[in-house]
Design a protein around this ligand. Structure first.
Ligand code: PLP
Ligand code: COI
Length: 356
């Protein structure tokens, strides 16, 4: 159990005037959580303080070799006035999976959940309530030793910031166009693709710019070796409905084990659908599309929620999925996931954590 010292701001900021225009990740609340790590001492000085800039040495290791991790989850304010988190223990577990890969010290799972809950509670009245909005929570850890040698840092800073946000894609729930990238790759097995760390996103930017220039919202990555098998999208995992079955790439070490992905798999199975986690080749998709069997495509992610894909481009092929609109499984998943998050749907797996 952390002993968290709370210092409240004396200059609260104005709340966003129009919640329907929030966008994603642009506005930040009044407070943040901080905790330090020092080798030999462990994690210490848990505190909630007014949101402000950091003061760091230019030699801080994070700036040079990218030893850092981040997480993403959301807090929701239900019609019942209660604040809910969605499966925060999964983010705590994934934090430690990332930390292990990057030689960042372990953070006790219960401390992660306590820290997230405490800072959300302090800024609870920042949680937006307009449809499709929530409070995006960004926990992250950075290496802070002043040292230019390549080695794991001996000191770290754990921080949690909060951002009232709307839809991740400007189009909202309207289907997005996705670019299947055939030149660049994001990750390889044995690399850091399974970790939630900045380097993976830096590696993704050049292809993302290409995709945007081509009029597409995000990149769908192929495997780093054969460039043949589907991996995941820039900020979400990917699902296909092929001939009545739900199919998604299996976790192979180079894609992020998404918490929404896991939730989608549980929900679909509980609805009696067949779910296959396996290799999916781009050729299989093209073939299924030709035979009229590629019925739905959607992405899953905390920021993206359930995001229907209306169009997939691969080299010279442009596939329009279904009628280009929102498929019935995508819609049902969106309604169920957001219903559990907002407390308006039954929560059969006990995923919502209500903060008191
Ligand atoms: N894949 C990538 C690369 C992501 O950035 C995200 C977003 O967090 C996801 C998948 C989806 O993960 P989750 O559902 O845990 O948000
Ligand atoms: C999330 O969905 O939480 C993410 O981290 C996606 C992010 C890269 C915007």
């Amino acid at each position: 159990m952390l002993d968290i010292k709370i210092t409240k701001t004396t200059a609260p900021k104005a709340r966003p005037a129009d919640e329907s225009k929030l966008g994603f990740g642009k506005v930040f609340t009044d407070h943040m959580f901080l905790m330090n790590y020092t080798e030999g001492q462990g994690w210490h000085d848990a505190r909630i303080v007014p949101y402000e800039n950091f003061s760091l040495s230019p030699a801080s290791m994070v700036f040079h070799y990218g030893q850092e991790m981040f997480e993403g989850l959301k807090a929701y304010r239900g019609k019942d006035g209660k604040t809910r988190l969605f499966r925060p223990i999964m983010n705590a577990r994934r934090t430690n999976a990332t930390n292990e890969r990057l030689c960042i010290p372990e953070l006790p799972e219960e401390d992660f959940v306590q820290a997230v809950s405490a800072v959300v509670k302090v800024d609870e009245d920042w949680i937006p309530t307009a449809p499709g909005t929530s409070l995006y929570i960004r926990p992250f850890i950075i290496a802070t030793d002043d040292f230019l040698g390549v080695a794991p840092s001996k000191t770290y800073l754990f921080c949690i910031i909060l951002s009232p946000s709307g839809a991740y894609y400007a189009s909202g729930l309207a289907p997005v166009g996705i670019w299947i990238e055939d030149e660049y790759v994001r990750a390889v097995r044995g690399g850091i693709g399974l970790a939630k760390t900045g380097g993976n996103y830096a590696a993704s930017l050049a292809a993302q710019v290409k995709a945007h220039d081509g009029g597409y919202s995000q990149v769908l990555w192929l495997d780093g070796v054969e460039r043949k098998y589907i991996e995941e999208v820039g900020a979400m995992n990917i699902f296909f409905k092929i001939d009545g079955k739900i199919v998604t790439p299996m976790l192979n070490g180079s894609i992020l084990p998404g918490i929404t992905r896991d939730s989608v798999i549980h929900l679909c199975k509980s609805w009696g659908m067949t779910v296959e986690e396996r290799k999916v080749s781009v050729d299989e998709l093209i073939e299924a599309q030709k035979n009229g069997k590629l019925e739905e495509v959607f992405g899953s992610g905390t920021a993206a929620v359930i995001s229907p894909v209306g169009k997939l481009r691969y080299m010279d092929d442009v596939m329009t999925i279904g009628d280009g609109g929102i498929g019935p499984v995508s819609q049902k998943l969106y309604d169920t996931v957001t219903g559990i998050q907002n407390g308006t749907a039954e929560d059969p797996f006990g995923w919502a954590l209500v903060l008191d």
